[in-house]
Design a binder for this molecule. Structure first.
Ligand code: FDA
Length: 304
């Protein structure tokens, strides 16, 4: 049953018509729990609140189904504006971006040039840009773009997903670039031809890549709400004398707040991924797919 719910939400996340309809009606069905708002002003005020509690942030301007050059450029402008607002307001936040929203499905060079503008603006402000990882079909080209940017910039990082079979090999290669990586389990619907279908195998591979990256003394963002993974990371760091300045924990806005605050109290760096924007539907569906029990939020909020 849980698998059926998961598949349904993962398919809905990719449904353009549902996304378009949701955009028209604004943040609904409990999406406010996971999305900070539709405007940059709302997002910045949420970031300021999180900063007050000792947590830093990475802001993401949501953008899905970008198929024209104009849409990709518009998305780029929104990312640049986000960096400008972070700088002007003085909040503590990085930026996260998705390559498809910057034109990856239209033309690689368009996307790469848009990314150059974003990473370069962030560089001027002493800020950092993280490239989110999307579904498998975009994996290699996203790594290629990261590698090109890495030749020019230090303030750019990438996300790597533990559920992919290819990940261990990718990590070996990325190690040579001293890549700053956010490591995650993986959120998209993938075929068993490319990704571990069983959760226990994903968790084992996740531990393996955390260990590889941390022991190689590369900066590691462990982005998970799984307490066993968090405990594993703490023990690994203690055992090998890896300082708290060499890694951080990351969690999603609206999820496991108590755990976030507990880690801050323990002296760990905690970064919250805060999405905002009108294209909230796909992101919201992926959060429901991760935990179908969240569906009761939809039911509770259906008539609000
Ligand atoms: P797991 O799914 O095992 O969950 C452990 C526990 O966490 C659950 O039992 C529950 O208590 C809580 N939990 C997890 N998800 C929840 C939810 N949606 N609602 C409520 N509780 C929940 N993926 C990707 O493919 N590309 C990317 O770029 C990113 N980026 C990213 C950034 C950050 C900061 C985070 C935290 C995650 C991502 N992800 C991602 C998503 C990631 O791949 C994964 O799908 C989720 O983090 C859920 O996996 P967990 O590691 O939390 O473990």
């Amino acid at each position: 049953m849980e698998v059926a719910w998961r598949n349904m939400f993962q398919s809905l996340a990719k449904n353009k018509s549902a996304n378009k309809l949701a955009r028209k009606y604004g943040l609904r069905f409990g999406a406010k729990r996971f999305v900070s708002g539709e405007s940059i002003a709302e997002a910045i005020s949420k970031v300021a609140e999180l900063n007050k509690s000792g947590r830093v942030v990475t802001l993401d301007h949501l953008g899905e189904f970008v198929y024209t050059k104009e849409e990709a450029n518009e998305s780029t402008i929104m990312s640049l504006k986000t960096l400008d607002e972070i700088h002007a307001s003085g909040v503590q936040s990085h930026l996260s971006v998705k390559m498809t929203s910057l034109g990856l499905d239209i033309d690689k060079d368009l996307c790469l040039n848009n990314m150059r503008k974003i990473v370069s603006r962030a560089n001027q402000y002493g800020n950092f840009v993280r490239i989110d990882m999307e579904d498998y079909v975009h994996c290699q080209i996203t790594i290629d773009i990261y590698e090109e940017l890495r030749q020019e910039f230090d303030n750019v990082g990438l996300v790597i997903q533990a559920y992919l079979y290819r990940t261990e090999e990718d990590m070996k290669h990325l190690n040579e670039l001293n890549a700053n990586l956010r490591l995650v389990k993986g959120a998209y619907k993938e075929s068993p031809d490319v990704a571990f279908p069983e959760k226990k195998d994903v968790d084992e591979n996740y531990k393996k890549i955390i260990e590889m990256h941390m022991l190689n003394r590369n900066y590691t963002a462990v982005a998970s709400h799984d307490e066993k993974i968090i405990q594993f990371t703490k023990e690994l760091a203690n055992k090998h004398g890896i300082g708290k300045d060499k890694f951080e924990f990351q969690m999603l806005y609206g999820i496991c707040e108590d755990l976030q605050n507990k880690l801050v109290k323990e002296g760990y760096k905690v970064r919250v991924y805060v999405p905002y924007g009108k294209d909230w539907f796909g992101y919201f569906m992926r959060r429901l797919a991760e935990r179908p029990a969240n569906v009761w939020f939809i039911l509770k909020n259906l008539f609000k």
